[in-house]
Each structure stands twice: as structure tokens, then as C-alpha cells.
Design a protein around this ligand. Sequence first.
Ligand code: ADP
Length: 159
Amino acid sequence: MKLAVYPGSFDPVTNGHVDIIERAACLFDHVIVAVSVNSGKKPLFTLDERMELLKEVLKKYENVSVDSFEGLTVNYTARKKAQAIIRGLRAISDFENEFQMALTNKKLLPEVETIFMMAQPQWSFLSSSVVKEVASLGGCIRDFVPLAVEKKLKEKFSI
Ligand code: ADP
């Protein structure tokens, strides 16, 4: 069975993430969307909230599951016996960091491939941070995130 891990902060999940997940789910037998507990970023949503939103948004995909992990992505990937780590690439600004991380992960766990999927043009400007900023200032985020996420962001910022 071909298994892939898609790790990230997902604070919160956006349409850009969902697009990558949908496309990865067509390539692999199963995709685990894995929320990283210690990404170094201070999240707006708790781990439970991020996982609940992901589960709600991804429930229609039969071969996608949601999990969380602490520590190194490669250790989690090895524990799950997955063959690939999926990452999304947006603008050139993602490249350097992702390149460094993929090479480090290859050194740590040579049998696992990092697979990069290009963001679709309509989502290539989109990030969780931009969505949070727009929502916090009362802007409309309907086109950027699934409905459940829009609701939750409105609750958070009381808009
Ligand atoms: P991380 O903290 O690991 O970067 P993110 O939740 O920000 O977590 O992103 C997880 C993955 O999704 C990363 O590979 C990121 O490049 C990718 N990603 C984020 N936003 C988009 C988008 N709009 N389109 C495609 N991929 C994206």
C-alpha cells in the first residue's frame, strides 16, 4: 500500500491545503494529514481545533485521515511506514526552506521521498497567516477557506 504523510501546522486549513490533499489522495492509496505540534509557530487554533476542522473538511475523502505528531516529521513518517512526505510549493519564497528541509529529511531517512506539488495558480498567494490577518481585520475570507473554517475564524475574531 502506498502511503503518504502531509505534515503541516494547518492553522487553519485553507483551500490551498485542501487542493494539495485532494490531488495527493489520487496518487496514493492513503494520505495522512499530520498536524505538527511543535512547528515553532504560536498557533491561533489549538491542536484539537485544527484537527477537528481538518476532519470536518476532509470527511468526504475516504482515503484521507487526520492525525497529529510531536517531534521530527521523519520519525513520524518512519513510525507510520509511509513512503512519501507531501509538501506544497507556492511562490519561489517557499523553495529555499523546503529544499533545505527535504535534503535534511533525505539524509535522516533515505528511503522516504519528499514529493512537491505545485500550488494551483488561484491558491498560490494563499497562506494560513494571510487568512488570519484578513479575518482579524474583518475582511471576507469566504473564497479562501472551507465554510467550517470561515465560521470558526468569525467566532475567534467575533466578526
Ligand atoms: P508548515 O508550518 O509546515 O509550513 P503549513 O500549514 O503552513 O505548515 O503548510 C503545510 C504545507 O502546505 C506546506 O508544504 C506548505 O507549503 C503547503 N501550503 C500552504 N499553503 C498552500 C497553498 N495555498 N497551496 C499549496 N500548498 C500550500
